[in-house]
Design a protein around this ligand. Sequence first.
Ligand code: NI
Length: 167
Amino acid sequence: MLNIVTYPDPSLRKPCEEVTSFDEDLKALASEMARAMYKYDGIGLAAPQVGIRKRIITVDVGKGLLKLINPRILEIGGEEEEMDEGCLSLPGVFVPVRRKIGLVRFEAYDINGKPKEWKASGLLARVIQHEVDHLDGVLMIDRTHKPIEGEAKERIKALEEEYARLS
Ligand code: NI
């Protein structure tokens, strides 16, 4: 089972590389990522969260599993919504993030290297943006428009202290 990399591990801040080879290793990794995502009750997971700096994400918002390779957002538009987001790399932290979720158009390769263009709205549109952010080293705590305080702030401090203790 893959381990989840947690904040503030600096590897979460590095941009990921494009996948160039759609081989058996990629299939195995994407399956392991999906397994980890379900085990930890996530609805999305990006490869850097399991220590792999490649542009791979898995998503399941209740409409089936997507394994997306080299996802690229083409358009973000429509209505804006504020929602508390969580992240497997920031366990116990929830922060409000305002995102446009009316229509997100993105392209990605499937696990076999076949390109496809997608349209998403609602929760899927949000999760895609959250996960693609991970591939660029961006975390939801960078996206929140409100000062982080209270429980979220305490939890972030605890994660930082834990990381300092273990490293
Ligand atoms: Ni996340």
